[in-house]
Structures are given as C-alpha cells and as structure tokens.
Write a protein that binds this ligand. Structure first.
Ligand code: PMP
Length: 449
C-alpha cells in the first residue's frame, strides 16, 4: 500500500541521481533543491524543462516538441492566443477586486451560471480548487449544522488544513478529520459478489452515515470528484449516484460535486461530470482549467444552501474574481464556443480510447482501458488472471513514453493506472502520435507482440 504523499508520483526525480541529469538543467536542479527543498518534487525520473508551449505541445530549449498528454490546466491549449490577448489587455487596463461594480465580473458570472441547471444559480469566485472546496465545506456545515463528511478512499480535494483533512490520498503524514469517512469509488472490481455496483455504493454511503452518527457527527456533505481521478479514473458507470445523494439528503447532508478535474468538458460533450450522471448537486466546485492557467476557481450553489452563510458570514477573497482572472475565464468560454471544445473532447477522446483498446487488447499486462472524453486510464497488471497491480511496470511505461517526448503520469490506489489527461486542444494528429508512441512502448514493456 502506498502511504507517502510524494510517492503517489510513480516516476519522479531522485536527487541522488543529480549527476546523471542533462547538464543543461543540472545547475538549475541543484539550486532548486537548495532553495525550495525536496518537497518540490520534479516529475519524471529524467526531468524535463520547457521554454514554450502551444496547443497540446511543449518545447524545450533545443526546440524539441513534447506531446502533452497530462496537463488539464491549459484546457484550451498552452498559451492560447485568445486567452493571452484578453488577459494582456485586461492587465494593461485595470485589475481590481470584486468590491467595485465591474461589468466583466457580472457578465462572466452570468455566462458561467448559464451553463448550469436552473437550480444552481449563485456563484462565488476564488483562486484555487482548494479554496473553492474549503468554502463549499464551510457553507455545507453552516447550512446543515452537521460536521460529517464522506469522501472516496483515495480522494484528493486540496491543500488547506480543512480540505487536506478530507483528502485520504495525501497519505499517513496528513491526518484525516475525525469527522471524515471513506467509501469505495465506483470500481466494479471492489463490488462484493452478489451485489450490483449501485447497491454496493449505496451500502457504502449508509455504512459511513451510520458510523458518523455513532461517533456523534451529523451529516454535512458527501464530496465526490466525478472523474474519480486519484482513485484510479472511473467515469463509468453512471447509474449509481442519485440513490447515494438521496440517502445523504435524508440524513440532513448536502452533495458537493468537486468538478476541479471532471469539469470543463474533460469527460466529453457534457460540460460537467454531474451532467453525465443525470444529477443536480447542491454545490459544485471548479478550478484548474477555468482560467487556462490564470488562478481562477469558483463554487456554484443552490441559493437556498448558500443564503444564510451569505447573509451572516463575510467572504471576501482578495484576488478571487478580480478583473484579470475573470478576463481569462471569459476568454476560455469564448474558445469553448468558437472551437466547440466539448465536442472535440468527445470526438478525439473516442479516437484515443478506441485506439488504446484496440492496440492493447492482447497486451498481457493491460487489464483494462477506462475513461470518458479526453481522459483515459489504462490499468497495468502483473498478469490478467490475478489483476495484481504492477506499479513498477507502470513507471517503466511512463518513463519510456517520456523518452519519446510524450508526457503522462499515473493514478489509482496502487498508482498503477496510466493517467492520460491532455489539454482539450489535443487533436486527431496528437492522438495518432500518442497511439504510435504507446504501441512502441507496449512492445517493450506491456508484452505486446
Ligand atoms: N479537487 C480536485 C479533484 C483536484 O484534483 C485538485 C487539484 N489536483 C483540487 C481539488 C485542488 O485544486 P488546487 O490545486 O487548485 O488547489
């Protein structure tokens, strides 16, 4: 079982190997270790440094082109010209906070909320996914009067003390709250014999609610990342969630959909993970891709859930919702419309996942290809019979792709699923390059003949 937070990155730089690093970046890494310390981990055994980005491509100082199949923040593509232009213009004109009437702020808030069901009509802006989740938890507690929180077993929801305490994937070094209970993600492999997945998920929630009660905690919230990214990527199936939410409501709690990963069309045509599931949450949080790299996040509420908190608690986030991040957010929505980004996520995602399934169908070390939209998880195993996770092999695959200048990472309880999560600028040519790279690597490391 993996316990240390840092070890959740399968391929990462080991400072003991400094001498082997490309001399062009060795000095920088040495100074980095001194001034930033080892907590700033560098991804990849053989670290990379970039000087430029465009679309789903990153370029190093020698002009070499890396295919980015990992970064979800630059959702419309690295340095998208429309976003660059909008942000630069706003920065040169005015950048101030939400305490002044600003047309851009209200226009964007309306545009964003219009992408939600009617029930979700109130928005608050912040700077990071962690802040949005932190606020969501405060509102949930205030509204319900309860403290109990239910999350997935390997969930990650952020870095403040509050959200770290509901993030089991941070490992043993980061304590969970006494008010937190963990449930299985919707992984068909975890369902006991004789139960459907939906029955198992409902049992999990019931058990958690009962245990919380027994320890004196009334329900505040069920918090789920509907891509189940850190739990190993389980966007399918989609038929189990409403009964879980009903159970939480009956116990007095609310449902918070953490869309920091799933939102902004990561999972295909639907803008939000909860849409695919056919449910309406009480609170939705979002961040990462929202400003294409400019810090911008939000929590969207049912007004009745947020009203009393809004009236009685002052929430002023100095940078949250200020003019420049709002300009970035609006430019991202412009590109979503102009380039039909959700449709591209659906279309190219299908090509990518179908391609992976076809290519890896006979690879003895691949148990499954999962995913939706431009998110794919490839479960790497020692052998298909036992389905024993094979983390070392997963790491070798990641490193071999990096050697071919293709960037991915891994996810899951055993960090044994390849995590393929490109910017949504990823197009057909990028998918073809990716599939070509993984075919070569699968012959070397996944037993493909
Ligand atoms: N929720 C989820 C599901 C996330 O994946 C993350 C970041 N990886 C966060 C919240 C926290 O977001 P941030 O890093 O912007 O604080």
């Amino acid at each position: 079982m993996v316990s240390l937070g840092a070890s959740r990155y399968p391929s990462r730089f080991d400072p003991a190997r400094l001498d082997e690093v490309d001399p062009a970046i060795r000095g920088n890494i040495e100074r980095r270790l001194d001034v930033l310390g080892p907590g700033y981990l560098l991804i990849y055994n053989d670290p990379v440094a970039f000087v430029r980005g465009r679309g789903a491509h990153l370029f190093d100082a020698d002009g070499r082109d890396y295919l980015d199949a990992y970064n979800n923040v630059p959702v419309v593509g690295h340095c998208h010209p429309h976003v660059v232009e909008a942000v630069s213009r706003q920065l040169a004109e005015l950048n101030t906070n939400t305490r002044y009437a600003q047309a851009g702020l209200v226009d964007y808030a309306e545009r964003l909320v219009a992408r939600f069901p009617d029930e979700l009509s109130r928005v608050t802006f912040a700077c990071s996914g962690s802040e949005a989740n932190d606020l969501a938890l405060r509102v949930a507690r205030h509204h319900t009067g309860g403290e109990g929180i239910i999350v997935n077993r390997w969930a990650y929801h952020g870095i403040t003390r509050e959200v770290a305490s509901i993030s089991p994937s941070l490992g043993e070094g980061s304590p969970l709250g006494a008010n937190v209970r963990e449930i299985d993600p919707p992984d068909p492999g975890l369902v006991p014999a004789g139960l459907t997945l939906a029955e198992h998920m409902l049992d999990e929630v019931r058990r958690a609610i009962a245990d919380l009660r027994r320890h004196g905690f009334d329900m505040a919230a069920l918090v789920l990342d509907l891509s189940y990214m850190s739990d190993g990527i389980f966007p399918e199936p989609t038929d189990y969630l409403q009964p879980m939410i009903d159970e939480v409501h009956a116990a007095g709690g609310v449902f918070i959909a953490d869309e920091v990963q799933a939102g902004f069309a990561r999972l295909g045509e639907d803008m939000w993970g909860f849409r695919r599931q056919g449910v309406v949450p009480d609170i939705v949080t979002m961040g990462k891709p929202m400003g294409n790299g400019i810090p911008l996040s939000a929590a969207v509420f049912r007004p009745e859930v947020a009203r009393d908190f809004g009236e009685r608690v002052r929430y002023f986030n100095t940078f949250g919702g200020s003019s420049v991040p709002i300009a970035a957010g609006a430019a991202v929505l412009d590109v979503f419309e102009a380039e039909r980004v959700p449709e591209r996520s659906e279309r190219v995602g299908r090509i990518l996942r179908d391609g992976l399934r076809e290519l890896l169908a006979d690879a003895p070390h691949v148990a499954e290809v999962r995913g939706a939209g431009l998110l794919a998880g490839v479960e790497i195993v020692a052998d298909r019979e036992t389905r024993e996770p094979d983390r070392a092999r997963t790491t070798r695959v990641i490193d071999a792709l990096r050697e071919r200048r293709i960037l991915i990472s891994a996810a899951g309880s055993e960090v044994s699923a390849l995590k393929i999560r490109p910017p949504l600028a990823f197009d057909e040519a990028d998918a073809a390059r990716f599939l070509e790279g993984i075919e070569q690597v699968a012959r070397l490391h996944l037993g493909l003949e």
